[in-house]
Design a protein around this ligand. Structure first.
Ligand code: ZN
Length: 422
């Protein structure tokens, strides 16, 4: 029996459904935000599965979780796979969870088959990929590769004023027995399995996507400041109404970005102060999420946002700033190629695909050859309780992941250059 024949699709599916019960919400979705009690319980469940297979279990100072199967040459840099187990407040069963559990199932198959692999293989559950409770997300992978410092991340607070530092202390208490690993360990290559979160693979009836890159993003904040006033007694000409101005600004921005090809402009969050029905608002803070495959276009649009906001406000004052920026990245041609070759060998249809959504693999691509495997999302739906992927696609993606991990774990060399850099 080959290694991929040891993938147990029923077990993997049952694991996914069991994990989805933790933080389960009406409609079959999941609310499992980073460093919450639900996320702690999800960790416990994953750890129990890893223990059952005798995997090495460890964490680090930011609360990433690692499960390892030793290779025959454990001193060689390891092959890593994984994703995240936190979710959006109204998330689905598969976003993130699929990547972690597919990695776990792949490692089980490696152990059960006894297949040779020189390099150790590690499955990671990165801390706070989603960023819905503590923004911005990808904290675990960013700390691991050194893009953001632990001290900076620890200061981030949720909307109730609870800091990452507070919650990390609680996490350490709960999982005091876990071995701690340092940041910046050398990784030979990283492969993340994830649902597509878009409609292409389903439409083309292709179970596996070899991801070529991730589009760039700007996460911005705009603050419109006016003056609090009585809604009944203050005449219009004396008002400095932050809501009125903010709605005008948002309308202008949507208009400006409506006809640029491939642009994704979203205002998804508004906070109003004092947020009381009979008071003219003194402040509106809103978010902008801006994405485009071209880094140049993104930079131009970011500049345009600043100009448009200042042109659109009349009475209020406005501040615009960027809280996170990431340019478009290209994954490693060797990893993309390995995914394609293994798909072909397994007779599983595969196509190249570009990712519109951000993933932890972006951070890993800064330090090692990286790539991703997508499986179809029914109706392209994600960040939604109705998120679904058929079991057959889950299994196909996991087989390709497993074969790719074993192949890479037996390689002695890999060029870190992408095709465009060669
Ligand atoms: Zn995700």
């Amino acid at each position: 029996m080959s290694v991929t024949e040891h993938i147990d699709g029923e077990r993997l599916w049952a694991n996914l459904m069991e994990l989805a019960e933790i933080g389960g919400i009406a409609g079959g979705g999941v609310n499992r935000q980073a460093l919450s009690d639900e996320e702690f319980s999800a960790r416990e469940l994953c750890i129990s599965w890893a223990e059952a297979y005798g995997l090495g279990i460890a964490t680090d100072d930011i609360g990433n979780l690692f499960f390892r199967v030793e290779g025959s040459e454990p001193d060689l840099p390891l092959v890593m796979t994984g994703s995240h187990i936190d979710s959006q407040p109204t998330g689905g069963k598969f976003d993130g969870a699929f990547g972690v559990l597919a990695g776990l199932e792949a490692v089980r198959a490696v152990i059960d088959s006894g297949v040779d692999h020189k390099r150790s293989i590690e499955v990671v559950a990165w801390l706070n990929e989603e960023g819905s409770r503590f923004a911005p997300g990808m904290m675990g992978s960013e700390a691991f590769v050194g893009v953001r410092s632990l001290d900076e991340i620890k200061q981030v607070k949720d909307k109730n004023g609870v800091s990452v530092e507070d919650e990390l202390a609680r996490l350490e208490d709960r999982f005091a027995d876990l071995r701690k690993l340092p940041f910046g360990r050398e990784v030979f290559c990283f492969v993340e399995a994830h649902i597509e979160q878009g409609p292409i693979l389903e439409k083309e009836k292709t179970p596996v996507g070899a991801v070529t890159g991730i589009q760039g993003v700007r996460r911005m904040r705009v603050k419109i400041t006016g003056e609090e006033a009585h809604a009944g007694t203050t005449p219009y000409d004396l008002r400095i109404d932050a809501v009125q101005e903010a709605s005008r600004v948002i309308e202008k921005l949507y208009e400006a970005f409506s006809d640029i090809e491939d642009i994704r402009f979203t205002v998804g969050m508004l906070t109003i102060k004092p947020n009381v029905p009979s008071v003219v608002a003194s402040e509106v803070l809103f978010s902008i999420d801006l994405r485009h495959p071209s880094s140049e276009t993104l930079a131009t649009c970011e500049k345009r946002i600043g100009e448009l906001v200042s042109q659109s406000v009349t009475n209020c004052s406005a501040d615009v700033w960027c809280i996170a920026e990431a340019d478009t990245i290209t994954f490693d041609e060797n990893v993309i190629g390995a995914i394609e070759v293994e798909s072909q060998r397994l007779n599983i249809p595969c196509r190249r695909i570009f990712s519109g959504a951000g993933h932890d693999a972006r951070q890993m691509s800064y330090v090692c050859p990286s790539g991703m495997i997508f499986v179809p999302s029914c109706g392209g739906i994600s960040h939604n309780v109705n998120e679904h992927t058929d079991q057959s696609d889950i299994v196909a993606g996991t087989e390709v992941l497993c074969a790719t991990l074993v192949e890479l774990a037996n390689r002695l060399e890999i060029s870190s250059k992408t095709e465009s850099q060669i």
